[in-house]
Ligand binder design. Structure first.
Ligand SMILES: C[S@@+](CC[C@H](N)C(=O)[O-])C[C@H]1O[C@@H](n2cnc3c(N)ncnc32)[C@H](O)[C@@H]1O
Length: 215
């Protein structure tokens, strides 16, 4: 996987960004949000929404979506092409601090840069340091939905992008609620490290919160 640093995303999005299959992504997110028990009208916050493709799908699925990305270019594209969600450009840590505690039904995160590095990493922007800020805004009984690319090999690119192991996910997320669903990006259920290795196709995880209110 090529590492794209945050400022580089403006350039990447200006050149077109990623291409997704709308029907596939809609079905996948429909199943993921159903597994999270999210009713129509639930409020979902997305961080690292890029060009807004998945935020728009969540909106079309009937949710009230507020989405953030560091890339001005990504947010400008989203506002023009994927109307519906409320978009905010800026750093996700600042964006999250502006949201009331336990005020949203779910946080959705897909491919967001914090999660591409080792979860044990304790740099200032490491996922393990950011998780309390994410969990803080979710209502008890809400959900955290995370999708991140990995091939389950535990290998690291020269740029530090890490291919998480299956066991890394319960280790990172277990403190924030109950993990109710782990699948790959094709929807295959992954119950073990062996399942992850056999798949090699990304992780999608649903955590039901139990009143987590870290700070
Ligand atoms: C791999 S892209 C994923 C984009 C989108 N979620 C998708 O799946 O197409 C990672 C995104 O994280 C964003 N990002 C990185 N650091 C961020 C930060 N501190 N605050 C908000 N967004 C950030 C980048 O700008 C980029 O759009």
């Amino acid at each position: 996987m090529t590492k794209i640093t945050a400022p580089k995303y403006d350039e990447f999005y200006a050149a077109g960004g990623w291409k997704y299959r709308p029907d596939f992504e809609m079905k996948f997110l429909g199943e993921m949000t159903a597994a999270a028990g999210l009713a129509e009208g639930s409020e979902i916050v997305e961080i690292g929404c890029g060009q807004g493709f998945h935020a728009k799908i969540l909106h079309d699925l009937g949710f009230t979506v507020t989405a953030n990305d560091l890339s001005q270019e990504g947010i400008a594209f989203a506002k023009t092409n994927y109307e519906g969600p409320d978009y905010h450009a800026g750093d996700a840590a600042d964006f999250l601090s502006g949201i009331e505690p336990e005020s949203v039904d779910a946080v959705f995160i897909r491919g967001m840069s914090w999660f591409h590095y080792k979860f044990t990493d304790d740099r200032p922007l490491a996922a393990k340091r950011m998780m309390p800020r994410i969990a803080r805004i979710v209502k008890p009984g809400g959900a955290i939905l995370l999708m991140i690319k990995t091939d389950y090999t535990g290998t690291e690119t020269a740029g530090g992008v890490y291919n998480h192991l299956w066991t890394d996910f319960p280790a990172l997320l277990g403190d924030y609620g109950t993990i109710t669903r782990m699948t790959d990006w094709r929807g295959m259920v992954l119950n073990s490290e062996e399942d992850g290795r056999a798949s090699g196709h990304g992780m999608s995880v649903v955590v039901k919160t139990e009143g987590a209110s870290g700070g």
